[in-house]
Structures are given as C-alpha cells and as structure tokens.
Design a protein around this ligand. Structure first.
Ligand code: GLC
Length: 746
C-alpha cells in the first residue's frame, strides 16, 4: 500500500507539477513578465506602432497633419494610442478594429480632461484660487469618473506649468505663479485623476505637462523659446513636475518650447538625466501634438528622420501626431542609427501601462454604455462643481460692504455681454454638449433662481465682448437708472485664453470699460463680475467699481456659484494664485522676486532705484490676495525658538479671529525669506498655508512648522542645500499683508 500510496503520491505530484508548469495563463505572470513575453513576439514594425499616437475622428486639438488611413493602420497594429476618440461606443468600435491586429494589442485612449468632461468644473487657474486641495482633488476625481465611463483611459492633465506671464493664454490651465502651491495642486490633481490606482475602472492615467518650463515662453507668446538658468529652472519651474512624479503620475508630456536652445521633446537633460535618472520616473513620455516633427522648424533637426532620432534618444517614447516615428523609426534601426533595444525600452513602458490598466485582461472594460449613461447626468457631480466654483471666486473689492446684496434690494439690473452667455462659462479646454443651453446655469439664471420672484431683474447686454459698437449703452443706462443695484458681467471671451491665445494687451476687450463708465455715471452701486482665463488689466474699473468679483470661468454651475456669493450664501474665500499687474509693461511681476541692489524705499522713490518712472512697482492685486464679507485679525507669529539646526522644527503659532459679522474662511499663508545666500534669494517664498473656517466671533490658533529641508534651494552647483544664517518667517492673508519674525538656521 505504502508503495502504491507513494506511487500515487509521486504520480499526483508529477501531475500537479505538470499542471503547474504548463504555460500558466498569462494572468499569473508578473506584468513585467507579460510585457517581456509579448515583446518577444512583436515585429519591429509592431513595436514602433505602439509608439505612434494619432488623433481620432473628432475635433482635432492641434494643427491637423496629413490624413493617414487610420483604420487600416489600426488593423495592422501600427497605432498604439489615439486621442480625441470618446464615448463608450466609439472607443469600443476603435478598439475592435485594433484587436483585429496580429497580436491584439489594445489601444490607449487619451483625452484632454482638463477641468471636467460632462460636468465642467472651473478652469484650473480658478480652482487654484480656492487653495482648497481636497476640493481640487475631488474635481479631478469626478472628471475621471465621468471620462472613464466614456471610454477614456488617459488624461493629458494636470498641466503643471508655472507661469508669471498673464499674456500667455495657457495660464488658465495651470495653478499660477508659485512653485509651492503649484506642487500641491499638481499632487491633488494626479491623485484625483488616478484615484484608486490603475486597474480601477474609474482611474485615469494622468500626465504631467508640459515638461518643461513652457510657462516661461519669452514675451508670453505661446510656443516661444525659454531661456533661463538651471538654478531658476530647478528652483521654480521644475518643482510641480517633480511633485507629480513623486505622486506617481503615469506619464509626462514634452513641451513645445526649446529650453536654452534644446527643444524639450529631445532634451536629454530633462527627459533622461532628471526625469529617469534623478527622479526615478517609471512611466512613459509622450510628445506634444506634432512636437517631434516641429524640431525641424526649431532648426534642431534636419528632417523627420533626424527629428525621430533626436526625440527617441532624448527620451520621448511616444510620438503624438507628427508621424515621424511611424515613418522613420524602422529605417533608423535598420541603418544602425537607433538600437532596437532603445525601441524595446520605450515599448516596454507603454505596454506596461496597458497591462496595469487591465486592458489586456479586458480591452473593453472602459467601454461600458451602461456606466456611461449613469454618469451622464450626475446631480452629485453638479453639486461638487458648484461647491468648488464658489470657492474659486475672488472678492477683489467691496466698498461699504455692498456685497452680499441686502434684503432691501428690490430691483437688480444685470448688464454686460456675459450675463446671459452660455458656453462661455466653460472656458477653454472644455466640452460642449448639444444640451448645454439646458445644462449650463448662466449668470442671469443663477441670479434669477436665487433672487426669487419678489426681486425685479432687468437686463441689457450693453455691448459685445470685443466689438467697438457702443449703441447698446443707452439701454444699459436706462435700466441702471431703474435699479437699486447693478451687476455687470464683463471680461474676455472663453477662447481669448487657452492654447495659442496669447494677448499682448490684457485689458478688457472692446468697449466694455466704457460701458462700465457709462453705467457708473448713473450713480448707482455697481458690482462687476470679471470673467477671464487670466489676470486682466482693468485699472479704471478697479478704481471706481464699488465691488468686484473675479469669477474666471466657473463651468456648468457658474450662475449658481456666482449667486451663492452675491447673495451671501457663501462668503467668498478665494485668493489669487497669480499676481495681477497694473499694466502689461510691468510683466513679469510676481511676489517672490529678488530684491536687487537698489530696491526703492517706497512707491515714490525714483532716485536711482529699480523702479519705473511712470508706474509703481507694486502689482494691482498681489499673489495670495482675496477679501471676505467678514474681517479677520491675525496675530504676530510666535516662534518656539529663534534658532534651529537640521533635524529640528521651527514651530510658528498664529491666532486668527473672525472679527466681523459673517462666518467665513480665511487662508493663512506662511512665507519665509533667506536673508543672505550664496545665490540671492526671493524676498518671500510660500512654504505653507492653512484654511480655517471661523464663525463670527470665533478664533483659532494655527501651528505651522518649518524645517531645514524647507529652506533648501538649488545653488550655483545645482546642489539642493540649505545655508545657515538669518531668515525671516512671515504669516498673513496675502503676500503683501504679513507679519514677520526673525530666526536662524545654524
Ligand atoms: C495640444 C496641447 C496639449 C494637449 C495636446 C492634445 O497641442 O499642447 O496640452 O494635451 O495637444 O490635445
């Protein structure tokens, strides 16, 4: 028996082993093993196909390059990813064609889900003005939930470009001028988009863009060159990218610009040395639209083959829309200019993401018509959008507490070209839907809904956004005369900011400021809502309007969010994420400037100092500025010590009290200054902030901490180090309204 048993045991063991070592279904292998086993089966053409990304069958988001027979190329596995193909049905159709290819490698569907998909959220610059990281993360989470239900796997967001130049139209897409705030917002957005991680059907792969320093385009002119020291690059422009990588961003997108003469798309220093070697980035890099081929225009590549070679050697894994890779890479390999192992390296990174997203297990897991329907009119999403929209509004002025509107207001005149605008409220990088006129809450409707029937609402457009025609002024003045208060909604049009929307003149377009003057002359109280994707220059209005709300572009719930603030249902708490200049001549103007050797003593000092003879150095509205319907008192910062060494913490206590007549939220900001450095250091650097909601009469003590690590910067040798010496720490509710204390780093 024993033998029999042992014989059976041996047989059973062999059987198990035979079963176990049978080619297990690929799901039991690690992702890297599955990638490698697939790679081994791929021809060179099929590998290069994975590095090729085309725009799909919907509206192009860039200059349309030559048409290619996309379906045939899909069938032959010559396309690894498509953008601008959305909807469960359309993505399923395209995926079905891709799965006819020899190795049935699924497509990745990418899309610019920048601030919402079906529910449109405030533009990113507006969201940054909320300084509310939870709300920003939730906004991205909702966008991911809706977009993934529509077949999208990958969003080309967050855009994390720092910018100090409001002439650049793409400031609307980022988080403003500050590296610290920009880094925290980048992390919130990456986490929001990527949610519970790849493999979750509602997680989107995020994309840190545009790598790098795109926001420093000379003259604020889109796609223009960038020229800056590596210290400046590291100390300011790279920080949000590093934060996104540390947060696990799946992909990065190269910028259009050259950086110190080398186009970002082939820039080994940023794409290989920094991104991969220093930052240990494990995702893949996609070019921006056509940016590989555009290196010919840059004068960096002689032809498309040269561009393809430079981009791949530089560290760009996927070619969006230039076709340089698909047309040239095979010959570059066969002629020995590019090694196939380099191709394999990029293809591995791309395939790994497709495996991580679960697309090999179920290529249609995001093409779920039922789920798409469920997400198509999600009421909860609208509430979430409304909530962050009202937090994004910045109260710039409120003379005699005109706002919030009082109960005795019986007639309101709403005047201006944006009062009844519909799609404009969504801003650039948004989606328009056939039912938008029923879905988007206009500013007129928002005020109408909230004012109630006992309030008489009058309307006059007054003028167009950009037209010189002032014939509508008469009607506007007439209705203003009949009103207790006037609410004017003016600004840019939504497509005056965004990509390829640089403006040399950032004043109110057309005759809008003249319209405001005409209405102001009636003597009625005038509230101005300014809609824009960037800081604008509006000095007369800033000097004369009785109240000003900067409403950016607030998305689907714009009208309701504005009404919440105008009627005081929400006490505005927004703070500017970007400095507002007094004139274009001041640009770039920003809060974290270097002091120079001849700082003016005050605004009137012109005696051989660094100042304009025709304009104060101070901005119109500073970084971090925003008013409230209540008032707050903020104590001097109290330090636990005046000296710290590495490893020790400086603790800073600040007591905030709500001294006004309304509950409200204040954002206490923490800055520091390194008084003497081996490189000159900014007069202020944001290093912390806390938002606190206080009921009227309530006070709270906040505690901030600073450590030696917070004081580090990239020095002349690009070493990231702090330097002992004297520092100043500041706390307050705006970069120009702080109280300071000295401390030392030993
Ligand atoms: C555009 C933009 C980029 C976007 C891409 C795809 O040109 O620069 O931000 O993600 O093309 O639409």
């Amino acid at each position: 028996m024993k033998n029999y048993n042992s014989g059976i045991a041996v047989f059973l063991m062999l059987l198990v082993l035979a079963l176990y070592t049978e080619p297990a279904s690929s799901q039991k292998l690690s992702i890297d093993q599955r990638v490698d086993s697939l790679l081994k089966l791929m021809t060179l053409e099929e590998k290069i196909g994975q590095m090729n990304q085309y725009s799909g069958f919907e509206e192009a988001t860039g200059p349309v390059t030559e048409e290619a027979d996309k379906l045939e190329q899909l069938r032959r596995g010559m396309i690894g990813s498509m953008l601008n193909v959305t909807g469960a049905t359309k993505t399923r159709q395209a995926q079905e064609v891709a799965l006819q290819s020899r190795l049935r490698i699924p497509l990745l569907f990418g899309q610019d889900i920048i601030h919402g998909y079906r529910t449109i959220f405030p533009i990113p610059l507006a969201e940054a003005a909320s300084w509310n990281l939870e709300a920003i993360e939730l906004s991205a989470r909702v966008a991911a939930t809706e977009a993934s239900a529509a077949g999208v796997h990958w969003t080309f967001a967050p855009m994390v470009d720092i910018s100090r130049d409001p002439r650049w139209g793409r400031v609307m897409e980022g988080a403003g001028e500050d590296p610290y705030l920009g880094s925290l917002v980048a992390v919130a957005r990456v986490n929001g988009f990527q949610g519970n991680g790849f493999g979750s059907p509602d997680a989107l792969m995020a994309c840190g863009k545009h790598f790098a320093a795109y926001g420093a385009a000379i003259g604020g002119r889109d796609y223009n060159s960038v020229d800056m020291s590596l210290q400046h690059l590291h100390n300011d422009y790279l920080k949000p990218f590093k934060a996104a990588v540390d947060a696990g961003v799946a992909t990065m997108m190269t910028a259009f610009n050259d950086i110190n003469g080398i186009p970002a798309t082939a820039n080994k220093y940023i794409l290989r040395h920094l991104l991969r070697d220093e930052w240990n980035f494990k995702g893949f890099v996609v070019s921006d639209w056509g940016s590989v081929g555009e290196m010919i225009n840059h004068g960096y590549s002689a032809d498309e083959a040269d561009a393809a070679k430079a981009a791949l050697l530089g560290g760009c894994d996927m070619d969006m829309e230039s076709r340089c890779y698909i047309k040239n890479m095979k010959n570059l390999v066969l002629s020995g200019h590019i090694s196939e192992s380099m191709i394999d390296e990029s293809v591995r990174l791309i395939l790994r993401k497709k495996f991580e997203m679960g697309l090999f297990d179920d290529p249609y897991r995001f093409c779920n018509e039922e789920r798409e329907k469920q997400q198509w009119d999600n009421k909860e999403h609208r509430e979430i959008a409304r909530n962050i929209a009202r937090k994004s509004i910045v109260l710039l002025k409120n003379d005699k507490s005109l706002l919030p509107l009082k109960e005795n207001v019986k007639t309101i005149a709403m005047i201006g070209p944006l009062v009844k605008a519909v799609g404009e409220n969504n801003g650039f990088w948004s989606y328009s839907w056939p039912d938008d006129s029923a879905r988007i809450v206009t500013q007129w409707q928002g005020i109408r809904n909230r004012a109630g029937e006992h309030v008489n609402l009058l309307y006059a457009k007054g003028c167009e956004i950009s037209e010189p025609d002032s014939s509508g002024f008469k009607e506007a003045v007439e209705i203003a005369m009949k009103a207790d208060v006037v609410i004017m909604s003016i600004g840019e049009s939504a497509n005056m900011s965004g990509e390829a929307k640089s403006r040399s003149n950032i004043q109110l377009p057309g005759v809008q400021e003249e319209l405001i003057k005409a209405v102001y002359a009636t003597g009625k109280p005038v509230i101005v809502l300014i809609n824009a994707g960037r800081p604008l220059v509006f000095n007369w209005t800033a000097d004369h309007a009785h109240a000003i709300l900067y409403t950016w572009w607030l998305g689907t719930e714009a009208g309701n969010a504005i009404a919440d603030v105008v009627f005081g249902d929400y006490n505005p708490s927004g703070k500017l994420p970007m400095t507002f200049p007094r004139s274009e001549g001041q640009i770039p103007v920003y809060y974290n400037y270097f002091n120079t050797g001849r700082p003016p003593k005050d605004e009137n000092d012109l005696n051989y100092v660094s100042a304009y003879i025709d304009l104060p150095n101070s901005p119109r509205f500073p970084f971090g500025y925003g008013l409230s319907y209540t008032s707050f008192s903020i104590s001097e910062p109290e330090l636990n010590t005046t000296t710290i060494t590495a490893g020790e913490e400086l603790s800073i206590r600040v007591t905030v009290a709500n001294t006004g007549n309304a509950d409200g939220t204040e954002t206490i900001q923490l800055y520091f200054r390194d008084k003497v450095g081996s490189l000159v250091r900014p007069v202020k650097q944001l290093a912390g902030f806390q938002q606190v909601f206080l009921k009227k009469g309530e006070s709270r003590t906040l505690i901030f901490t600073l450590t030696e690590k917070d004081l580090r910067f990239y020095n002349e040798n690009l070493e990231f180090k702090s330097e002992p010496g004297e520092f100043e720490v500041f706390t307050g509710n705006s970069s120009d309204n702080v109280k300071g204390k000295t401390f030392y780093l030993k």
